[in-house]
Design a protein around this ligand. Structure first.
Ligand SMILES: NC(=O)C1=CN([C@@H]2O[C@H](COP(=O)(O)OP(=O)(O)OC[C@H]3O[C@@H](n4cnc5c(N)ncnc54)[C@H](O)[C@@H]3O)[C@@H](O)[C@H]2O)C=CC1
Ligand SMILES: C[N+](C)(C)CCCC(=O)O
Ligand code: NA
Length: 504
């Protein structure tokens, strides 16, 4: 087992390049979901601290050492952060697991992804220098025009607990690459690694105020950020209801928002697959990785009737083989869910499914061997109909519900039978069929013969109630840029719209 005695640093808010005690001096306990123990605390920002951080961010933009940097200069900072993350990878990964319950393997992979994301946006920041000013040819002798890509300004980044540092970095890296000054508000349920990012920024000498980190409760710290008149944009990942509140607050000031909300993504499995095991493993990975706490989790299995019983049989064998343990234990593949609240919520979804008449084919309870911690067995639910809560609502836990289909049309209808539209997967060896599903799925992300693989280069986001806007790729950078057109009159001739008084 990894060292669970990694000390939990006692940090303050990271504002203007310094650690700063919250104005109201409040703190929030940190709970390790694997033991239910309090292992430290984080500062709790309020509106007063938001004001101070916004001011620090505005100053950073006004100062040459941040506001006048080239993309190439910012790339150096981003690469220095990436190198520090890798240097501290083992401690950061352990802290992430202690705070969120994520398996150590997944936390370590997250840290690699965090560093990779900074590297990726460092490249894009450099490339931005040559795209900063794009001439536009009008075929006109009178006008010279061009388009500038500029940093949008001060941006608020409000992020969730399921990938605490990675989800923050999907926004922090492009925001800094663009030249914005950012205020990050991570989730109160898992903020440790985001505060450690503050320490890294201090160590590498990121200009003060370019990134500010405010931990605290949603309504107290996130709310004032969303409604702050000097915050130019909010980029949010989290639940639908909170996304809707943020959009409402932002709407009062016509502040742009980008919302990456939940999902109830389908995985459609056809009977033409060659290998049941390969499909079973992807199905498992799609719902049990990160204990199902993934916005793109493929939580609805839609399997062709002709192979349903063989496939479920195989799925059960794989599921029974999953090691459930303390996330720091070697080979752990399923840790606890993040909090007591999430634990209650997941168990309630399962009991509601039962009382609505569904069958708990496997799991549904706390694992027998774990007496403490917010553990839920990997759970597979059958006899589901489309009016049930378990079919419609995002569980955000290790719970898969299953329906069968006969025809392709039926599969498409079931797949799109959701208010959400984040991701969808299809497993089939028929290339034409996969193309038909790619077109038919009403989502922003399509996986063919897999589920969940994610790359920095590709846009991430959804449609319908899963939100709008895109993280990652060049789209992630564009969302932090202001597009400014410049039109210059270059003719020596008068405009001659009005009658000139001098010719009277
Ligand atoms: N789609 C996704 O990636 C995620 C979905 N969820 C879902 O949401 C449920 C609730 O989890 P929460 O942690 O409460 O998610 P949440 O959406 O409330 O929290 C996400 C972030 O928003 C902040 N926040 C909360 N209320 C706010 C407000 N009024 N104004 C501004 N910021 C605010 C939180 O502090 C956190 O930083 C989960 O059970 C899960 O089903 C949770 C996290 C991520
Ligand atoms: C694809 N993955 C699992 C690395 C990240 C999913 C991000 C999310 O839950 O919003
Ligand atoms: Na925690």
């Amino acid at each position: 087992m990894a060292n669970r005695n990694v000390p939990i640093p006692r940090r303050q808010l990271y504002i203007g390049g310094e650690w700063r005690e919250p104005v109201k001096k409040n703190r929030i306990p940190i709970i390790n979901p694997a033991t239910e123990e309090i292992i430290g605390d984080i500062p709790a920002a309020t509106a007063e601290d938001v004001d101070i951080a916004v001011e620090a961010a505005r100053k950073a933009i006004a100062r040459d050492d941040w506001g006048s940097t080239t993309g190439a200069q910012r790339a150096k900072y981003l690469r220095a952060i990436a190198a520090k993350v890798l240097e501290k990878k083992s401690v950061l990964a352990t802290l992430e697991s202690l705070d969120s319950g994520k398996t150590l393997f997944e936390s370590a992979a997250d840290m690699d992804d965090v560093a990779g994301c900074f590297e990726y946006y460092a490249d894009l920041a450099e490339a931005l220098d040559s795209r900063r000013k794009t001439p536009v040819n009008l075929n006109s002798d009178s006008f010279k025009t061009y388009v500038l890509r500029e940093p949008l300004g001060v941006v608020g980044l409000i992020t969730p607990w399921n990938y605490p540092l990675l989800m923050a970095i999907w926004k922090v890296a492009p925001a800094l690459a663009a030249g914005c000054a950012a205020i990050l508000k991570p989730s109160e349920l898992a903020s440790i690694t985001c505060l450690e990012l503050g320490e890294i920024c201090r160590e590498i000498g990121l200009p003060s105020g370019a990134l500010n980190i405010l931990t605290g409760l949603g309504p107290e710290a996130g709310g004032p950020l969303a409604s702050h008149p000097h915050v130019d944009k909010i980029s949010f990942t989290g639940s639908g209801p909170t996304g809707s509140k943020i959009m409402t607050a932002a709407a009062q000031l016509v502040k742009p928002v980008s919302l990456e909300l939940g999902g109830k993504s389908p995985i459609v499995v056809f009977d033409d697959i060659d290998n049941l095991d390969i499909a079973a493993e992807w199905t498992l990975f799609g719902i049990f990785a990160n204990t199902g706490q993934v916005c793109s989790a493929t939580s609805r299995l839609i399997v062709q009737e002709s192979i349903a019983s063989a496939f479920l049989d195989r799925l059960l064998k794989w599921t029974k083989n999953i090691k459930i343990s303390d996330p720091l234990e070697e080979d752990c593949k399923l840790g606890p869910v993040v909090s007591a609240g999430q634990y209650e919520k997941v168990l309630k979804f399962i009991s509601n499914a039962k009382s609505e008449g569904a069958t708990i084919l496997y799991g549904g309870e706390r694992p027998q061997h774990l007496k403490k911690g917010y553990y839920v067995q990997p759970t597979i639910i059958t006899d589901v109909n489309t009016s049930m809560e378990i079919w419609k609502e995002e569980v955000f836990g290790p719970v898969l519900c299953v329906k069968t289909f006969k025809t392709e049309e039926e599969a498409i209808e079931l797949a799109n039978d959701t208010k959400y539209g984040l991701a969808a997967a299809v497993m089939s060896k028929d290339v034409k069929r996969c193309e038909r599903f790619t077109k038919a799925f009403q989502t922003g992300i399509i996986w063919i013969n897999c589920s969940q693989p994610t790359f920095n280069q590709l846009p991430w986001g959804g449609k319908k109630r899963s939100g709008f806007g895109r993280d990652l790729g060049e789209w992630g950078l564009e969302s932090f840029l202001n597009i400014k057109q410049v039109t210059e009159y270059t003719s020596a001739e008068p405009w001659a719209f009005y009658k000139s008084p001098s010719r009277n």
